[in-house]
Each structure stands twice: as structure tokens, then as C-alpha cells.
Design a protein around this ligand. Structure first.
Ligand SMILES: NC(=O)c1ccc[n+]([C@@H]2O[C@H](COP(=O)([O-])OP(=O)(O)OC[C@H]3O[C@@H](n4cnc5c(N)ncnc54)[C@H](OP(=O)(O)O)[C@@H]3O)[C@@H](O)[C@H]2O)c1
Length: 268
């Protein structure tokens, strides 16, 4: 499976589809990441919060895929901001690598702008090839851009046809920040929707493939999670068809502000 890449504002290439790993633990995590790498994935999303960086690192090692061909994302969690240096070093150690391709501020906690100063240092010493943020609203992004020099390479936010956050997408595009979609499949909750089902039939694809292809055509990087080898392969088979302009508009119209996770809009 050949997964195309996008170029981030740091100059780094990021495969336009990644494996999400929230909820994957222990041997199940090792197996799922290995299955994904076997299927051609080269981009894996983890976080210190997920408690599985060690297993992600183990799967990478076992796969034999050269480190330089991989794109690994991790994130600093809310209780680690007092010492970002220690947080990064702990993640690198658990992952068994000396750099991450992307390191994110997981949540827009009040200390975010100070932590970003440390992230700028990680970029300089190359322990992070790119740095970015997650769950930032336009207000959080504008504030950061006003205060600091380095523009985040990525904003990872919950995004799907049912949560089509056009204002953030537009602001990110204008600011050269790549939008990465967490929970692109609505955590599986909306895949039976009649419009999705009808388009799946029309294009001879599955509901998940329709939803993921919608992200791709919006220039977004989706990171669906699955523990099943079959679904991991299914989720990557989205680069051999196109959704028409009319059907993209139909999918755009499904927005209902559906959040599976907490809405970060209220963070100060
Ligand atoms: N930055 C953040 O704050 C944040 C927040 C949430 C998530 N994330 C990241 O985003 C990733 C994805 O989000 P997510 O895990 O919440 O949800 P998701 O990827 O939208 O959905 C995962 C769910 O959908 C099922 N699924 C996967 N492929 C499917 C398919 N082809 N057909 C039907 N069902 C399918 C999975 O079940 P099976 O496993 O049984 O296949 C699982 O229950 C996370 O794993 C994590 O890496 C980041």
C-alpha cells in the first residue's frame, strides 16, 4: 500500500494517513502497530497519556522498518508541563528512539505558551523534527502566533464530517499549519448514517473509507485507530478513488458539532 505524504511547514514529510493508538495496550498494541507497518503505514500517533509508547517502540523495532522511513508522533500531557525536557526524554526513552518526528502540546493548558518555548529548543537540537499543538482553537492558535516565533507544524483536533470545524481548518490553511484529524471515524459512532451508507454503496467502498477519503480531499491527515488487521488495511485503501464535488458537499453538510471527546473551546 503506497500512502502519499504531505509536506509540513518544517519541511518534513508526513504520510497523509497514520495509525491512531489511543486505547491500544500491551501485546494488542504491539500487534496492531506491526500489522499497520506490514500494511504499509509509516506514521504512528501515540502520546505519553496513552501508556503505550514502549509497545509502539517495540513494534517498530520488531518490524525492521528503518527509523528514517517512519513518522512517529508523541505528545506532552497536562501534568508534564512543569518539566517539558523531562517529559520529552521520558517519551524518547520509552519509544527507544533519539528523536520524534512530531511532538505536540496535547491540550491547551494555561502553561502552553511557556512550554512552546521549550519545544522551540527541541526543534533546534533536532530531538523533535517538527513541533505542533493539539486541541487548539483559533483563539489559542492566534495567541501562540502572537507570542512565539515558531509556527506549529500541525494542529491535531477532533474532526469528521459530523464535526466539520471549518473556521479552524481555514485558519490553519492560511497559517500553513497542517490539520491532523483525531477520531476521524467518530470513534465508530456515526458510520451507519444513511448518507455515508448510500455513498459507500455508490463508490463500492466501506463507510469508514468514505469518511477517511473526505478528510484526504480536504487536505487533512486522518489517524484512524483499529485493533483489527482487516480494518487497518481497509482504512488505508482510500487512495484509489475520488469523491465527486457534489458528494463532498453532501458530506460537508453532515456537520452537527458532534464531539466524542471533550470540546477544548472552553479552555482559557
Ligand atoms: N489529540 C487528542 O486529544 C486525541 C483525542 C482522541 C484521539 N486521538 C488520536 O486519534 C486516534 C483516532 O481516534 P479514536 O481512536 O478516538 O477514534 P477513531 O479512529 O475515530 O475510531 C476508532 C474506533 O472505530 C473503530 N474502527 C476502526 N476502523 C473501522 C472501520 N474500518 N470500520 C468500522 N469501525 C472501525 C475501532 O474499532 P476496532 O479497534 O475494533 O477496529 C474503534 O472503536 C486515536 O487513537 C489517537 O491516536 C487524539
Amino acid at each position: 500500500m503506497n500512502i502519499p505524504s504531505v509536506v509540513l511547514n518544517s519541511g518534513a514529510k508526513m504520510p497523509q494517513l497514520g495509525l491512531g493508538t489511543w486505547d491500544l495496550r500491551g501485546s494488542e498494541c504491539v500487534r496492531a502497530v506491526r500489522d499497520a507497518l506490514d500494511a504499509g503505514y509509516r506514521h504512528v500517533d501515540t502520546a505519553s497519556l496513552y501508556g503505550n509508547e514502549k509497545e509502539v517502540g517495540l513494534a517498530v523495532k520488531k518490524s525492521g522498518v528503518p527509523r528514517k522511513d517512519l513518522f512517529i508522533t508523541s505528545k506532552i500531557w497536562n501534568d508534564e508541563h512543569d518539566d517539558p525536557e523531562a517529559a520529552l526524554e521520558a517519551s524518547l526513552k520509552r519509544l527507544g528512539t533519539d528523536y520524534v518526528d512530531l511532538y505536540l502540546i496535547h491540550w491547551p493548558v494555561p502553561e502552553r505558551n511557556e512550554t512552546w518555548r521549550a519545544f522551540e529548543g527541541f526543534l533546534k537540537d533536532k530531538r523533535c523534527r517538527s513541533v505542533g499543538v493539539s486541541n487548539f482553537t483559533v483563539r489559542h492558535l492566534k495567541e501562540l502566533l502572537n507570542k512565539r516565533n515558531v509556527v506549529p507544524a500541525v494542529n491535531q483536533i477532533e474532526f469528521s464530517p459530523f464535526l466539520y470545524q471549518k473556521d479552524i481548518l481555514q485558519f490553519c490553511n492560511e497559517s500553513k499549519i497542517r490539520l491532523v484529524a483525531s477520531s476521524p471515524l467518530t470513534h465508530g459512532r456515526k458510520l451507519k448514517h444513511a448518507v455515508i451508507a448510500a455513498l459507500a454503496k455508490k463508490y463500492s467502498k466501506t463507510p469508514a473509507q468514505i469518511v477517511l477519503r473526505w478528510h484526504i480531499q480536504h487536505g487533512i491527515v486522518p489517524i484512524p485507530k483499529s485493533k483489527s488487521r482487516e480494518r487497518i488495511e481497509e482504512n488505508a485503501a482510500i487512495f484509489d478513488f475520488s469523491i465527486s464535488r457534489e458528494d463532498m458537499a453532501l458530506l460537508d453538510g453532515l456537520d452537527e458539532g458532534y464531539h466524542y471527546y471533550a470540546d477544548p473551546g472552553d479552555e482559557p
